[in-house]
Ligand binder design. Sequence first.
Ligand code: NAP
Length: 485
Amino acid sequence: MRTESPQIQNFIDGQFTEPTGGKYLDNIEPATGKPYSHLADSDARDVDAAAAAAEKAFVDWSKKPAVERSKLLLRVADLIERDLEKLARAESVDTGKPLSLARTLDIPRAASNFRFFATAILHTESEAHITDNVAFNYTLRQPRGIAGLISPWNLPLYLLSWKIAPAIAVGNTAIAKPSELTPMTAYMLCEIVREAGLPSGVLNVVHGTGPNVGAVITAHSKINTISFTGGTVTGRKVAEACAPLFKKVSLELGGKNPNIVFADANLDAAIAGSLRSSFANQGQICLCGSRVFVERSAYKDFVAHFIEKASQLKMGDPLDEKTDQGAIASKTQLEKIKFYVDLAQKEGGTVALGGKAPELINERCHDGYFFQPTVITGLPVSCRTNREEIFGPVVTVTPFDSEEEVIKYANDCDYGLASSVWTQNLTRAHRVAEQINTGTVWVNCWLVRDLRVPFGGMKQSGVGREGGEEALRFFTEPKNVCIAK
Ligand code: NAP
């Protein structure tokens, strides 16, 4: 298998192909700030070629028995696990995330995504409805055709496989577009699906920019299903492109997630959990809890211990086994983080920890994109820093006095993706969970994921749900057959 290649090509109709225009983009390693490979800078002609291949492949793939599709997807899962180390290293180099995180989270989860949907399609049920003595109805759920799958840079293989696996498991064919910032593991996945024996054209990957590839996919007449994960601003463009064409669309967008700590919580667990939810993957997980609210009687204690623990996180070369905090994924993202830390201070906040780039990590990482874990206190709940997504290792901590008040704070936001509540009072946990407007509420935990549960956001965090039955339904078309009695 290729691990690092100077040229990341498209994968169309089972073949690695040059972009039609012959152009390539630099692929930069965030830890060094230097290009280390190149990716296809594709355009509409490449998307057309992928759509033609996917259309042709759909004829047989959509009719293949579920058990045969299942076997192929299970083989893909096995091969991802076989190549765990190579994939984890590639993901770490491509994104700047610690190798240890890619090895324990990203790549195992990509294998689980394929395995989960490979087996889910063997356990589905069909609905039937009897209309008195008149008729008998049953529902067919059929593959829709070609799915366009667009994903971001923060969890590249994890999120792309979360779309590819259900889309093709139910009999669709797919055209995937990874982020231009992190194309490597999608490229490696193509070698895996080829080795697994997935028929040509079932999965096609077209690399390139959002405008030249992503927007072409969303507007393409042959691609009738779009599953998008990314920022809310881009999500709006995707929605606008799909609406007049009546495409089926799923949007998983940004977040500004509240992390609520009541004074009756197990504070050690709340601090450990908050540390992860604040800084895992350098805060670049859509589910990170970037707004921490702590009940006033526990506030001082929490802040002191939280800062102490956060200051002990080891920043370093992502490839160093001991590193907890790696690099920020891109220079643009690093600039955005710096902008918000400046803004927080202008809005009256105090930088209680971090707030700048670290000391030189090592010679290799001299020009890399690093930023310290940062804790900001003293901000009003309604300021921009507390309302806009930063997507980096920056959290605000704010005290609250009552349950009603913190529920208001949590919901005072355009986003509604996820939240965490830390309390030992079970009645309160249920009561608060019911009132928070987020697609997921974690109680006394964070990022515990069961692939069967509905996953997605409210408000500007998205439209629709992924996961389990929701994904199987999204990628199929229900058809009622009504037979007279
Ligand atoms: P982004 O800029 O919105 O990009 C996401 C994907 O869309 C990339 O592949 C991008 O290509 C492509 N794209 C850009 N313009 C497009 C257009 N006009 N039409 C179609 N596709 C287009 O997001 P990002 O910066 O990569 O990712 C960070 C964001 O993702 C954050 O807001 C985060 O919260 C969100 N996110 C959400 C979830 C969730 O499950 N809700 C999960 C992870 C991340 P290029 O890379 O080439 O620009």
